[in-house]
Design a protein around this ligand. Sequence first.
Ligand SMILES: Cc1ncc(COP(=O)(O)O)c(C=O)c1O
Length: 379
Amino acid sequence: MPANASGMTSPAFDELSVNSWVVAAGRPSAVGAPLNVPIIPASNFTLGSTQAYARDDGTPTWEALEEIVGGLEGGKSVAFASGMAAISAVFDQLTAGALVVLPEDCYQGVAGLAAAGAARNRWTVERLAVDDTSGWVRACAHADLLWLESPSNPLLTVADLAAICGVVRKPGSILAVDNTFATPLNQRPLSFGADVSIQSATKFIGGHSDLLAGVATTQDEALWEALRKSRELNGATPGALEAYLAVRGARTLAVRLERAQINAKVLAERLAEHPLVSVVRYPGLATHPTHEVARRVLKGFGSILSFDVRGGAVEADAVCAAVRLIRHATSLGAVETTMERRAAIPGQEHLPASLLRISIGIEDVEDLWRDLDTALRVS
Ligand SMILES: Cc1ncc(COP(=O)(O)O)c(C=O)c1O
């Protein structure tokens, strides 16, 4: 267990189960040191070491987050101010006139970023269905950036990363996967051959709805350097407190996800039988269109699902207004269950009007079910 420049050590990833590794990794090793890397609110350091200025060189608190997410994803990480900052750093690698291929269903922030760049003639954008595996395979020959998000937000379509990421790509191109919904515990895109994997650490890594952070991870040293440079030049640095909280959150990722996933399966199965629900989208259901792909590429089916309330926007809004334990809130991946009507979000108007996305937390599943069922019946 050699210590890195900041005096942190981690066991070898393969030495332990991931549940243990995520608890043990990225801790100070010196005798008398605190067990956790502290919050280091530094802009600058006494000269003479590898750390002079935080925006250029990082801080030990950011490095702890990078160490943990890097190990989980199987590469080397760069921590950012948010998931969007990490995503922007990848787009920053494109040269003028590049071709970006994006999924039809994806987080509206990345679609907005791609559209804004296209409007300024920085690149052109093509969209492909997440499950159009042969389309993605063909795009590998000519795209400069292949952007995949899987499972997708909010239709939960699973891309066949095993088939797509192994294909020979245009030289100099980047295949990026937004791995936020799956988390690195359920999917490791780099192991399939992706160039970079993105986490909005705001979600599952942090896990408590109390921070914004992002992490990009790659096995390509030159890309890692370029992402660091982008962070430095754009100033997209994480906050000290946020990085600390993300590390603290990551310690319990495995246990939170395990519980949330058990809850999600139960709720998905019960919602699928509910008379007031017309469609349930959860990759773990045998009826889900990409269930077979999910079984091959995901270790677990995750804790996010979406479902359509019978009726329209009014009925779905009424369900959101009626829940008591479940929080009517955006975002996902936290200990508390959150639910929102996605077509109400700017840029998501194309979705079914009554689609509710629910991110299942770690509460007691019977309490969650009672809340949801009651809200559906009173709406
Ligand atoms: C799948 C996905 N990727 C990226 C992001 C952006 O992350 P952040 O809000 O941390 O910038 C989000 C935010 O909701 C998301 O859902």
